[in-house]
Design a protein around this ligand. Sequence first.
Ligand code: NAD
Length: 396
Amino acid sequence: MEIKTITICGGGNATHAMIPIIRKCFSGQLNLFLPFGDEANHFQKLVDEEGFLSAKIGDGKLYGRPDKVSKFANKVCLDADIILLPLPAFAHEHTVQQIAPFLKEEAIIGAIPSRSGFEYAALKILKDNNKEKVKIFGMQTLPWACRIKEYAASVDILGKKKSVGMAAFPHEITSELASFLTQVLDLKIEPLPNMITLTLANVGQIIHPGIMYGLFKGKEKVIYRKETIPLFYQGVTKDIAKTLKEMSDEILVLTQKIKSISKEIDLDHVLSLSDWLIYSYKGSIADESTLQSCFVTNSAYQGLRAPMQKIKNEYFSPDFNSRYLTEDVPFGLIVIKSIAQMTEVKTPVIDEIILSISQWIGKEYLKGGNLEGKDISDARIPQNYGMKNLDEIIIY
Ligand code: NAD
């Protein structure tokens, strides 16, 4: 695998972190595709003023800048060997549509993180553009917690995962690609056997909507002063932990059902929520004895509060436009629900959470228990990309 050019799409927190990190170990061409509004001009002007972008990580600092920045895909994608999409899931489809006509045949595109069902949308767009040889991959999560400090100038990397899972299609490229990404992203990238693992093992779809539901169901109109805003992860009560476990169990039942239908499929990396927490946060959790204690005694989660919007002066209300809902439901739980329907697995707890959150975010995905609500075309379910059977989705 010879990678001479990497193109990053979008200019958010994750992109700001990636540029100096990739620069540390990659001496090839690094491009930036910024199609949004005037973002490209703005970024170019600011980075030229400063000369580079800096990332603070622990006590250290990394520096880097892209070689070329453009609003136009044909200026930054034609030579790209790898195109990275460190974007919110709702931006994936539009971005892949913009870049697809300009991809070379041997290019690889990857979503970081993929969330659920990235392959359905990406492969359909590539097929529509006669780019069926282009390869795809997805990562289970973003490797870093990061926040832009100053646009096009500096970013704080607040935390870094020990390792992150990655699946690719065609599967043959996974191991070589994992080695390359391990080198340029500067952390261990673990190869996963297939892309459906990313969908079933997407824990954000359990944790974010599940805790939001637990904290705010029946309390939607409560107003908080700054100091009374509930802690998000450390606010997990026994009842919330029970809901999270039930959601996780429903996904494990679905996983078992898929295994019983397709004996060869490897879904061993789909863990229960508590096993995933213990595996991912080894050393950070003081008390691993219950799911609740895995949240409330996890030092990585310390002090983080529920997403809120300011309503007046010192007063806040729950932010129902948060990505925890607008990303993790249509690009998470709804995808699970659609695969559960294909395989005739019941998901009553997940259904209840989808129904409540749909109301909060003003969407209708479920109608009469089926994925027939008026907004279902916004969700990344296989049916929206012409895939109606399990056989069609487990091949990836
Ligand atoms: P961000 O909000 O900073 O990204 C915004 C950028 O995405 C914009 O600058 C724009 O370039 C692009 N964008 C936004 N909406 C778009 C649209 N509709 N079409 C095209 N482009 C659009 O996001 P982020 O914090 O960099 O997060 C990226 C992904 O990583 C998200 O899925 C997020 O949930 C996940 N994540 C982030 C963190 C973190 O610490 N930042 C941690 C874990 C996971």
